[in-house]
Design a protein around this ligand. Structure first.
Ligand code: NAD
Length: 410
């Protein structure tokens, strides 16, 4: 298998694709192009150990630094793909270099969303290693306002509290983490943060944040309330980085549109990871996932697809967050539920919440029961159907259900 493959984006999807190509025996040229100045690293560490300063990026690399050259993968860091000629299979890099390709993978990821009027100083976002120094200085210099009660906002709040900073979270949603967890779990998250001295205000509609003088910022809500801090972190979600694809005339609609085989609308061009909105027949629609595990699976699957091999990877959203030493794992599609059942007691911080639809499991969240999430991922994927009393009954071990043949929902 020879030829030339270019990968735009050296996050987990792009890097995994490069590694999978080599592991699958592809012997052609691979060029992996990444905008960040580091070799591919574990982005989930950014809001935790890397921000806390308990690890440096060299200890968070996806592969040892020497792996890429050692496997004949040309890694170009601090470089972007600036243009694509889809008719002639050519890309241009920010370094001025032009490269031909047989296949091109777009794994350009997502960017932190910004406020409409986003002050240039004292208001930060956090997406990668390059954002850490400024945010860390903000944490060290005093009260931090965090706009957004999602995964970034809450993880940074926990890290900042660990560093002794005063933290106040303001967010638009009804409860923290409400995009990911049901209200009952959201209340636990809120309680956990209150216990550690973080104040959280929900349902806040901000008109904006202004720099008040050289020392601080003020956030103002539509109802007239104001909050002051030394600096602010804006953590209000991510948006797919589709500019390169769009300019090249590749079909984009809230993400680069790809089919089940990760093929975009342009011949020989594939997309995977946070930037891709993939069609799956079993869900009957295009969906975009922003989870680390999805990007990992998609990078591997897109590589196989580029080699003409079948794509069999299971694609089930699955993730985790750790705050104040409490690890919460989630899988599936909580929003698709008709019913929720709880195993254990949420307030005991040892529980699994199962989301059911038509007697089948569609989503799960756990604290303290990692075995349950492993089983739940399998049960969601297979569509096993049980009476809801059995789903709720702790005597019915989820791992045993996986092993037993059960009726499945078609
Ligand atoms: P998010 O979607 O998880 O949360 C966004 C939060 O911002 C929500 O609380 C929402 O109510 C709030 N919000 C949105 N617009 C607002 C506004 N104008 N004013 C105030 N609040 C507003 O996004 P995030 O926390 O920024 O994370 C970005 C991405 O990174 C996500 O895809 C997330 O899944 C990913 N991430 C994942 C992990 C993990 O899996 N552990 C950790 C960090 C980041």
């Amino acid at each position: 298998m020879t030829g030339q493959i270019v990968i735009a984006g050296a996050g987990v999807a792009g890097a995994t694709a490069a590694r999978t190509l080599r592991d699958a025996g592809y012997s052609g040229r691979i060029v992996l192009v990444g905008a960040e100045s580091h070799a591919p690293y574990r982005r989930p560490m950014v809001s935790k150990d890397l921000l806390a300063g308990t690890r440096d990026v060299g200890r968070c690399l996806l592969e040892p630094e020497t792996y890429w050259a050692g496997n004949g993968i040309e890694l170009r860091v601090a470089t972007t793909v600036t243009d694509i000629d889809t008719d002639h299979g050519r890309v241009w890099l920010s370094s001025g270099e032009a490269l031909g390709y047989d296949s091109l993978l777009l794994a350009t990821g997502a960017r932190a969303r910004r406020l409409e009027q986003h002050p240039p100083v004292r208001v930060r976002t956090l997406r990668g290693v390059g954002d850490i120094a400024a945010l860390r200085a903000a944490i060290d210099s005093g009260p931090l306002l965090i706009v957004g009660g999602g995964l970034v906002g809450l993880e940074v709040a926990a890290t900042a509290r660990g560093l002794g900073a005063e933290v106040h979270i303001l967010h638009a949603g009804a409860a923290p983490l409400d995009r990911v967890v049901p209200q009952e779990v959201s209340e636990l998250v809120q309680y956990l943060h209150a216990e550690h001295g973080v104040r959280i205000d929900s349902n806040v509609r901000l008109t904006g944040i202004e720099q008040i003088d050289t020392r601080g910022v003020v956030a103002t809500a539509t109802d007239g309330r104001t909050w002051t801090g030394s600096s602010a972190l804006v953590a209000i979600g991510a948006e797919p980085d589709t500019a390169l694809a769009r300019t090249a005339g590749i079909a984009v609609d809230a993400g680069i549109l790809v089919d089940e085989w990760y093929r975009t609308s342009a011949a020989g061009v594939f997309a995977a990871g946070d930037v891709a909105r993939r069609f799956t027949a079993h869900r009957g629609r295009h969906e975009r996932s922003e989870h680390w595990n999805s990007a990992l699976a998609q990078g591997a699957a897109a590589a196989k697809s580029m080699l003409g091999q079948p794509v069999t990877e299971l694609e089930l959203p699955w993730g985790w967050t750790t705050q104040y030493g409490v690890s919460l794992q989630f899988a599936g599609w909580m929003q698709s539920r008709e019913e929720l059942v709880v195993r254990g007691a949420i307030e005991s911080r040892n529980f699994t919440v199962l989301a059911l639809s038509g007697g089948a499991l569609v989503g799960a969240i756990t604290v303290g029961r990692p075995r349950d999430i492993r089983a739940a991922r399998e049960l969601i994927a297979t569509g096993a159907v049980l009476p809801s009393a059995d789903w709720a009954d702790e005597a019915v071990d989820l791992t045993r259900i996986v092993q037993a043949p059960l009726p499945v929902r078609r």
